[in-house]
Design a protein around this ligand. Structure first.
Ligand code: DGL
Length: 269
C-alpha cells in the first residue's frame, strides 16, 4: 500500500486527487487527529510525531509514504530522508508536498508575485521561500500564517458562518501586504476544505492553487520514473483509513471531505 499521512483531515484533500489520478493502487491513510494541529508545534515535536507516523506506516508494509502535510514536509521530511531512511529503512521512500507545488507555480503567475497561506510552522520554517529562491528566483513570495484555519477545519466548522471572519482576515492581510499577488498558494492541505469561502473573499483575478492535483501528478510521474518502488505497490484499488482519534468522530467528517463513506480504525502511535 501507498501510505498517505497528515496531522488530521487535510491529507484527505490530497488522497482524493491521488485516488482519482491513480485509482488502481491500494492506499492507507493515517490522520493523527488526536494530536492535530501540528502547525503551531515546535520543530522537534513535529519531527517526532511525523517519524512515529512514518515508521508506523512502514511497519504496515508501505514501501512509499506521502507526507500529505506541509508542516510535516517542512519540518521532518529532510531529516527522515537523510537519516531515518538510510539507517533503518533503506528500501523505503518518503515524499513531501512542498517541492512539487513550488515547481508548478512558475507557470501560473504572470506578475511573478505569489502569496503563500500556510500554518505558522510552515511559514516559520521558510521552506517555501528557500525552494522558490532555488527554482524561480524571479518570483517574489509573500507569506501569511493562518493559525485559525486548521482548528476551524478540525472542529468541523469550515462551512459555518463563523469561519468567514478568519478567512477574510488572512486574505485581506496578504493582499494588502502585496497587492501585485496574482497567485495564492494554499500551502496547507487542510485549506481546500475552506475553498468556497477562500474564493468568496479573494479578489477575482487572483488564482487560488490547492495542492491535490499537483501532488497527484507528481506522484504519477515519480512512480513512472521509479519502477523499483512502483512494482512493490499493490494494486487492488482499496483504501483503508486510520486515525489516532475516536472513529465515530473521524468518520463523518472524513466522509464529507473525501466524498465517499469512511470506516476508520483507531490506532495509537
Ligand atoms: N495539513 C497540514 C499542513 O498541510 C497541517 C495542519 C496542522 O496540523 O496544523 O500543513
Amino acid at each position: 500500500m501507498i501510505g498517505v499521512f497528515d496531522s488530521g483531515y487535510g491529507g484527505l484533500t490530497i488522497l482524493k486527487q491521488i485516488r482519482n489520478t491513480l485509482p488502481d493502487y491500494d492506499y492507507i491513510y493515517l490522520g493523527d487527529n488526536a494530536r492535530a494541529p501540528y502547525g503551531t508545534r515546535s520543530f522537534d515535536i513535529v519531527y517526532d510525531f511525523t517519524r512515529q507516523a512514518v515508521e508506523f506506516l512502514f511497519a504496515q508494509g508501505c514501501p512509499l509514504v506521502i507526507l500529505a502535510c506541509n508542516t510535516a514536509s517542512a519540518k521532518a521530511l529532510r531529516t527522515i530522508q537523510q537519516t531515518v531512511l538510510p539507517e533503518r529503512w533503506p528500501d523505503r521512500r518518503v515524499l513531501g508536498v512542498i517541492r512539487p507545488t513550488v515547481e508548478d507555480v512558475g507557470a501560473m503567475t504572470h506578475t511573478r508575485h505569489v502569496g503563500l497561506l500556510a500554518t505558522p510552522g510552515t511559514v516559520n520554517s521558510h521552506s517555501y521561500t528557500l525552494e522558490i529562491n532555488k527554482i524561480h528566483p524571479d518570483i517574489t513570495l509573500t507569506e501569511r500564517a493562518c493559525p485559525m484555519w486548521v482548528p476551524i477545519v478540525e472542529a468541523g466548522e469550515a462551512l459555518s458562518d463563523g469561519a468567514d471572519y478568519f478567512v477574510r482576515k488572512y486574505i485581506d492581510d496578504i493582499m494588502e501586504a502585496d497587492p501585485l499577488i496574482d497567485t495564492l498558494l494554499l500551502g496547507c492541505t487542510h485549506y481546500p476544505i475552506l475553498l468556497p469561502k477562500i474564493r468568496k473573499y479573494a479578489p477575482e483575478h487572483v488564482r487560488i492553487v490547492p495542492q491535490g492535483q499537483i501532488v497527484a501528478d507528481s506522484l504519477k510521474d515519480y512512480l513512472r520514473r521509479h519502477p523499483e518502488i512502483e512494482c512493490r505497490c499493490s494494486k487492488s484499488g482499496t483504501t483503508s483509513f486510520l486515525t489516532t482519534e475516536a472513529t465515530d468522530k473521524f468518520d463523518p467528517l472524513a466522509s464529507l471531505f473525501i466524498g465517499t463513506s469512511v470506516h476508520s480504525t483507531k490506532i495509537t502511535l
